[in-house]
Design a protein around this ligand. Sequence first.
Ligand code: UN1
Length: 512
Amino acid sequence: VKDFGIEKTLKNLGIKEENKGTSVGGKYFASGKTIESFSPVDGKLIAKIKTSGESDYDKVIETAQKAFQEFRSIPAPKRGEIVRQLGQKLRTYKDDLGKLVSYEMGKSLQEGLGEVQEMIDICDFAVGVSRQLHGYTMHSERPGHRMYEQYHPLGVVGIITAFNFPVAVWAWNTALAWICGNVTIWKPSEKTPLCAIACQNIMSEVLKENNLAEGISSVLVADHEIGQKLVDDKRVSLVSFTGSTRVGRMVSSKVAERFGKSILELGGNNAIIISKDADIDMSIIGAVFGAVGTAGQRCTSTRRLIIHESVYNEVKTRLAKAYGQLKIGNPLDENNHVGPLIDVDAVNQYEEAIKKCKKEGGKFVVEGGVLSGKEYESGCYVKPCIAEVKNSYEIVQHETFAPILYLIKYKTLEEAIAIQNDVPQGLSSAIMTQNLREAELFLSHAGSDCGIANVNIGTSGAEIGGAFGGEKETGGGRESGSDVWKYYMRRQTNTINYTAQLPLAQGIKFDL
Ligand code: UN1
């Protein structure tokens, strides 16, 4: 069996046989239990990790708070310089980190490298933004007065991420949080702790090289109880949470209860409308990549195809043919298109969803199934499948993190848009059409209700420059580009009187 140089990669990234999971800068806190990280690629134990316990938690927060006192007074462009250096380091480590993502999480090497590229891109973006934390100036209604608004850092930002983008989502959040003057505490998924440790090792190098406080960047490898503490902790000003709608609902209400801020990036149920005027060749590639990329475990994965009746059969036949050509296997082998699911639990949920779909009346055009035998020993490899369904099926309304693609037929574009919107989630959406009227209607107020709406590209693979996130049960948060930095700062309105009079606003008279 080829090992694809994984041993060397682990060494380069500072991953040992037994690791300490919680690190503040380069200082370790690890009084908790030991967890193990297994690769879904070959089922092998990659390494053990000593996690953080209750007693470590306060020390991590306190170190972060202390670092904040120092970090907030460094000018924003200089904080941008730190992020620039992180981007440079990520360029150096790109091959290794991409490979580790692929091996620990199971996505294809190409997608693992793409994820690291996304980290580099957000660093570059954040460097620019570090000189553009602009506020407005306004004209006061009072003579000799000036008004303006400015943005200040929040403090400690907690980042809770999912297994499916084990490095990029941290970078989206941290790069912006840091240029804004915050310090960050990252609680990664327990399914991909080594990716987090590798990132922290890289960031610790940057902090050391710049003689900066350790607590600017912390990673907290710990169980969900410690995650819960982070959510409930008043000392954590903002919690950025990526994960399921079920957990997101709890995070949202807990943080709101203490008047903290949250950014929620929850489930999607993304559809591509394939119109009668679509370029079918492009539509097939977009749909297949959207549905099977990352083995259907992106929150932007294409789950539904809403296809015009006049091209329905053609699309169905061509999809089945394309699925027949998919190579499923070790994601580090660049000949394969589809890697494993994250773990056996995910495989069970995939099988459960197929069962439910059949029970509700779904007709499978391409059958699914769990793969076994040589190359598939981990038990995490499944066949991407396609079913003809009704949008109203309970299972179709639900996000299953697996490569199951649902086909739905439509007659009019209004009907297609209604179907596309008729799910609880609102993350990403797309239309394939060469007809300007259709494209514009889809993008209009009467069109897609999602945070992301695309024309002639698929639902996944967003660039970092746009605000990323969605509506309804997706949680309403935005991460990454555009003016998202504002979420990481507190806004202050300042009014300055430079006269010897004290006129009151609204012309109110008050004499003593
Ligand atoms: C996610 O699945 O949590 O748009 C993020 C995309 C990627 C990010 C996905 N840039 O598919």
